[in-house]
Design a protein around this ligand. Sequence first.
Ligand SMILES: Nc1ncnc2c1ncn2[C@@H]1O[C@H](COP(=O)(O)OP(=O)(O)OP(=O)(O)O)[C@@H](O)[C@H]1O
Ligand SMILES: [Mg+2]
Length: 324
Amino acid sequence: MTLLDVQDLEVHFRAGGLPLPGHAPRLVRAVNGVSFTLAPGEALGLVGESGCGKSTLGRAILRLGEITGGSIRFGGADVASGGRDGRLRRETAMIFQDPYGALNPRMAVGEAIAEVLRVHRKVPRDRVPARVAELLTLVGLRPEHAARRPAELSGGQCQRVGIARALAVEPKLIIADECVAALDVSIQAQIINLLIELKARMNLALIFIAHDLAVVRRLCDRVAVMYLGRIVEEGAAETVFAAPKHPYTQALVRAIPEIDPDRMLPVDLLAGEPPSPLDLPAGCAFHPRCPFALAECRAGAAPALRPVDGRFTACHLYPAIPAH
Ligand SMILES: Nc1ncnc2c1ncn2[C@@H]1O[C@H](COP(=O)(O)OP(=O)(O)OP(=O)(O)O)[C@@H](O)[C@H]1O
Ligand SMILES: [Mg+2]
């Protein structure tokens, strides 16, 4: 069964500044033809360097941001043409990076959770305080925390409140955008454990956007690697992390410190910046940084995602690339 089905999704922005005379405005192809599906209860990690389009993709899926083209089906219903209403509003939620910024500083956190329950009419009015206490307990806080304001809580506690607000919706899908990046490592681990537990207990599907591949490896069933608006590799997290195929994924995985701390790190494949999304190279967008690039990688259309060794990879080198 499929909960979410994204096909050929495009999100383009008009670049700032005036276009050259006689030229059309330049476009940032932030999401440039992304397709994937997600099953109920499944966690997909979305990784890739800064600016590759992860947040834009996440926001587009939940219709918190505009889309330029493509289709999105959620629970079988087309959600690409409407706004953020109907099932999307009732059955999805987002958790953000900045735990303080997502909360109203003047509102007690219990009230912030109660607001969601009332807006979504989740429980009768007289049951709201009890449900707030339940949700706080579920995320590892105490009912007494309801009276506190965000400034009286730690970053980790605020992020738990953010998760409680997301859970108040009783969503089938949560998109978490760098939701542990701002927290200390030990607090990160607690929040990840909480998400693992909640996902199992509530059959929650999760799209987990993160720079940190070690965290994604712990939490996610599948991983999608993005490069300049496209997915370049996608598959079971175990498969992709154990034997990455795309040269870009290989470079990212090599950079995970704890895979084998004693092993010498090979030459840094990721020297240099990704090209500007305003000025995408022809062929495979990764070719200027790829040590294996062939003539066909430098011209024509970008390589399509194809099945390679139990996952999908968008790379012309297969099956000819040497194993790593
Ligand atoms: N509202 C906007 N207007 C114009 N360009 C935008 C807008 N939002 C994002 N972009 C551009 O789209 C591209 C993708 O941005 P996005 O924020 O999705 O990347 P990201 O992968 O989430 O990066 P990070 O890891 O830094 O959060 C970038 O080039 C960014 O500058
Ligand atoms: Mg982002």
